[in-house]
Design a protein around this ligand. Sequence first.
Ligand SMILES: [Ca+2]
Ligand SMILES: [Ca+2]
Length: 477
Amino acid sequence: MPLSRRSLLAGTVATGAAAALSPLSLAGKGKPNVLFISIDDLNDWGGVLGGHPQAKTPFLDRLASRGVSFTNAHCPAPVCNPSRVAVLTGKRPSTSGVYDNHQALRRAMPDVATLPQHLRTHGYTVMGAGKVFHAGDPQSWDDYDPKDGCGRPPDAGSASPRQKDKPANGIAGSGSFDWGPGRSENDGKYSDDRVADQVIKWLKKDHDQPFFIAAGLFRPHLPWYVPQAYFDMYPLDRVVLPVVKPDDLDDVPEAGRRLARIADHERITKAGKWAHAVQAYLASLTFADAQLGRILDAVVDSDRSKDTIIVVWSDHGWSLGEKQHWKKFALWEECTRVPLVFKVPGLTEKGTTCGRPVGLIDLYPTLLDLCGVPQRANLDGQSLVPLLTDPGAAWERPALTTHGAGNHALRSERWRYIRYADGSEELYDHDADPNEWTNLAQDGRHAAAKAALAAWLPSSDAAPAPQGGEVCISDDD
Ligand SMILES: [Ca+2]
Ligand SMILES: [Ca+2]
């Protein structure tokens, strides 16, 4: 059946039951469109989160000034595939068994209705571009770019440095952990240029039905190849390094120390390239922000601001040397905290922030509420609409992040509590210790706080789903 017809029929069935919930429906304007923008591997350096004093994200900041920013939002998993699978299915790793990058969504959950699929069933046209699912899911979309449903960006061959010039950072053994300016003749031809181009085309088209457009921007994911102009925004001699305590890992249990990528830290610091890496990450996040700006401008230009919900998120954080750790793959703040910004016409108030601990796992039920679409049973998240309406509303639940079976972090407004599968623990008091330097897990004075958090751990941990079966080739970086 043609896709448009399938959606139309489904929409006819669903409209009546669902419309009452949507803020736009209440205003008599029908169902809202959704622009769902993910920025891969963007940590808390961007936007209003303030994780780095030099990060330039003018377009994320502008969106924040027009909507609600969650300042204590966390990923379901600090790894691309499990995080994205959880966001897009509403099922946590501890429910689905998808814990790493090589467990295919459809082997773990063959019949699950993803967020775009559920919206399509209820009258939406659903389109995606770039990296939305880590390993693709063609059946989730009416239209996708690239056409094979894979989000792997095609810029590597055109915009990145020539093979003979790699590693561009000059550190032997870098592999894809590389950075440097791309080829200047190819500025404007990165995968993220292409993602933005496609999304802008869709925004400018007429649509018979409400749309859900997912834009998956790839930077600041490695490798950090972006145009020279973005490196020039961060002069190397002025780059500010993360604040790090040299012996920070001494009070971390063995299960946590094993996660720290100390070899990366030694390789980069011995080469004298820590500042270069920070510069490249900053350059990459500002490049991604510029693409975000192009897309957001197109919402205004196409006169869709009043009927389009915009949500921007990143799939997890990123460490650049804190605890001698690099990349994601751990349960500390830098790896779990993410930007999350909503602009919902008719609902959110301009320039507000919400400090309640929330999760990206909450996106699925939130968008169903906002779109006036029936909720699905057995979703692990809960709708953020009460907080979008009133950022100070009561919110009992801490945010949960899982990294491998049985390893969890819980984040409340004050605390981070980590429990590894072997029972070892970390506890950090963010009121006194925002860098998570002092592990208080064995301090009896905080036993009650620890127990209160532990009550939110999942009641069971699903066995790991089978390895393999990805739609697209993916890697661990
Ligand atoms: Ca990622
Ligand atoms: Ca420490």
